[in-house]
Design a protein around this ligand. Structure first.
Ligand SMILES: Nc1ncnc2c1ncn2[C@@H]1O[C@H](COP(=O)(O)OP(=O)(O)O)[C@@H](O)[C@H]1O
Ligand SMILES: [Mg+2]
Length: 265
């Protein structure tokens, strides 16, 4: 009798065991264990070079770990790719590529359309509706190279939305965007959470992390802490993650003592 594929922690949106990733034999993620429950809006935070982008790329199978296992809703990425949406770091995208905003969003549908099937009217309608949700419908036919940074970011968010994924990964979606775009983005992320989706976001801004996110992963090569924001967003954990850079963070609203039980309930 064929054995069923083993499922690991199907109740977790993201489950990582003993993950180590190295570039040229230099480990940049070391023995990481992560458990993210479904339905949270989670931030990955940590200093520059902490391995945040590397973690997302490892989850999406874009690079090969030296060791470890990664499961999304209990299964490897290869089996879950249609249920996973990704918004890459803006700086890693070639914005000179000659394509319109609408094309970029429509490409997000290719996984559902299947190989060699051209997007038809239904796909176009879906893509336009996603552009509308991010306030970019008027720019559908505009070349992406001619959009501002914030507008490009919203187009990429629309592309992730049409994928209709269960788990989303976004790499610094709010870095370098204007206040309007930031409001649009955080509004959408909260809407995705309301729909029961899991959203995991690399976030650069400690000023907003505690108000935007209900779950945190503090990373600096090793995983420093993970859990509900109310439990792990402490001065001690931030110091452990940011080390000597903590002086730069003095202006951020870091609680000086761990929150008491009364504050977290
Ligand atoms: N393609 C690569 N080749 C070699 N080293 C890399 C590569 N990408 C990232 N690194 C290094 O790995 C470490 C983690 O990078 P990254 O995951 O981009 O950090 P973060 O996103 O937290 O700023 C850094 O020291 C970075 O220089
Ligand atoms: Mg990064």
């Amino acid at each position: 009798m064929p054995q069923p594929t083993p499922r690991h922690e199907p109740n977790l949106a993201l489950h990582i065991e003993d993950l180590t990733v190295a570039y040229n034999d230099k480990p940049v993620l070391w023995d990481i264990d992560i458990n993210v429950p479904p339905g949270v809006l989670a931030a990955i935070i940590g200093p520059n070079g902490a391995g945040k982008s590397t973690l997302i790329k490892a989850v999406l199978g874009l690079l090969k770990p030296s060791a470890g296992h990664i499961y999304l809703h209990g299964e490897p990425y290869a089996k879950q790719r249609r249920r996973v949406g990704y918004v890459p770091q803006r700086s890693s995208v070639d914005w000179d590529f000659p394509t319109t905003a609408l094309d970029v969003v429509t490409m997000g549908l290719y996984g559902q359309l299947g190989w060699l099937r051209r997007p038809g009217r239904a796909a176009r309608t879906k893509a336009l509706s996603a552009l509308e949700q991010v306030g970019m419908a008027d720019y559908a036919e505009r070349q992406i190279s001619q959009l501002s940074g914030g507008q490009q970011q919203r187009v990429f968010l629309a592309r992730a939305l049409v994928q209709d994924a269960q788990v989303y990964f976004m790499d610094e979606p709010m870095a370098g965007v204007d206040a309007t775009t930031e409001r649009v983005i955080i509004g959408l992320l909260k809407k995705l959470r309301e729909q029961g989706k899991t959203v995991i976001v690399v976030h650069h801004d400690l000023q907003t992390v505690a108000t935007y996110f209900d779950f945190l992963l503090l990373l600096n090569v090793r995983l420093i802490a993970q859990g509900k924001t109310s439990e792990v967003y402490t001065a001690e954990n931030l110091r452990a993650a940011y080390g000597g850079q903590i002086a730069l963070l003095q202006t951020a609203q870091i609680p000086q003592t761990p929150p008491t039980v009364a504050e977290t309930v």
